[in-house]
Design a protein around this ligand. Structure first.
Ligand code: 0XW
Ligand code: MG
Length: 367
């Protein structure tokens, strides 16, 4: 099974409802990048990377495609057998750019799974469940409306809610947290996500003003150093998300003892294969985490769910997929869907999803 051709596609994903609002940015449409690896024995493997705009992380759509252009020619003719060898080959073509390499890593695993007749979750060590919990992300919004949506989502079956805050006055952020708690109470676990938007001082005030509400405080401040200063000064558990830019950042946060859990994103960490390492580090220290990505269609959704299925359920914070905020699916026959707040793990070989032929239009590049 050798790589014969690589097709590169771009897909526009408008945000359902108009805008997705976070402290760090408002986004209205996302530009997703997909790779299709075609092999000499007639298989096609898919990968995807979809930064949520150019300012959320040091990632952007054109950057992903430029990195792929640097790597793809060097992969033609390679055998799909050892994922580690393929990773080494990618590193020999381009330093860094894990979020672009992640799309290839997904496609390699998709191909290997199809060839061996096993789902990707098996290649990642094996599934512990056939259904993973999802969580709903409530965008930065007015307190009453946010609380109403929160209650609806709990009724719909979501076991966890993420409440976005930041980028506005403290009073509104505190009010939103109280209102959501009054609306859902213990019926859902709550994460309050600052998306890097608070100062250390605001984070400390918010923590005290919401003292009795059990939530985890996700990425309140911009840098890992700022977050490190919160240790011992806030009472809510602190989770890192955007600061964990690579495996080393995760290792550092765990060894410094400054993270009580994580929001992990598959592409940011360099792909599913690299995610298995941080998954296992978290297992050693009993640290909970999610399995998310910044955005994306069915390919990224499937990747997150396969990985989530391999995490010990008591530490699984949920898989976030963009389904609630995008229209339709790349794979209408076998879509990755949230039902009653949970997602069935694809059981077909490989990722178990394929964009319908022709739906992505012509490739933007062929290697
Ligand atoms: C909820 N998410 C996983 C989706 C958006 O990219 C933001 C992100 C987060 O937790 O920050
Ligand atoms: Mg987050």
């Amino acid at each position: 099974m050798r790589i014969d051709r690589i097709n590169l596609y771009s897909a526009q994903l408008p945000v359902k409802g108009g805008v997705y609002r976070m402290a760090s940015a408002d986004v209205e449409a996302l530009d997703s990048t997909l790779v299709e690896i075609v092999t000499d024995d007639g298989f096609a493997g898919w990968g995807e990377t979809c930064p949520i705009g150019p300012v959320y992380q040091p990632h952007h759509a054109l950057g992903a495609r430029a990195a792929i252009a640097e790597i793809a020619p060097g992969l033609i003719g390679s055998e799909i057998a050892s994922i580690r060898l393929l990773a080494k080959q990618m590193d020999e073509c381009l330093n860094g750019h894990g979020y672009a390499k992640a799309a290839f890593d997904m496609a390699f695993l998709d191909l290997l799974g199809q060839k061996l007749g096993v789902p990707v979750s098996t290649l990642l060590g094996g599934a512990l469940t056939d259904r993973v919990p999802a969580y709903y992300s409530l965008i930065v919004g007015p307190p009453d409306e946010t609380a109403r949506i929160a209650a609806d989502k709990v009724t719909a079956g979501y076991p966890r809610l993420q409440v976005k805050i930041g980028g506005r006055n403290l009073e509104e952020d505190v009010a939103v947290i109280h209102k959501v708690w009054e609306a859902v109470g213990y019926k859902a676990r709550i994460a309050v996500d600052g998306n890097r938007g608070l100062t250390v001082a605001s984070a400390i005030h918010l923590d005290r003003l919401c003292q009795a509400i059990p939530f985890v405080f996700e990425q309140p401040c911009n840098t890992m150093d700022e977050i490190a200063t919160l240790k011992g000064r806030v009472t809510h558990p602190v989770y890192l998300d955007e600061s964990t830019e690579d495996q080393n950042a995760v290792l550092r946060a765990i060894s410094l003892g400054i993270a009580d859990g994580f929001g992990f994103k598959v592409t940011r960490l360099g792909g599913l294969s690299k995610m298995t390492t941080v998954r296992d580090l978290c297992a050693i220290r009993s640290l909970p985490h999610s399995c998310d990505d910044a955005w994306g269609g069915d390919i990224i959704a499937a990747a997150c769910v396969h990985l989530a299925a391999t995490v010990e359920p008591r530490r699984m914070e949920g898989a976030w997929i963009a389904q609630e905020y995008i229209k339709g699916h790349f794979d209408a026959k076998n879509p990755v869907v949230i039902r009653q707040g949970h997602i069935a793990v694809p059981q077909r070989p490989g990722l178990g999803v394929k964009p319908e032929p022709g739906m992505l239009g012509k490739p933007v590049a062929i290697y």
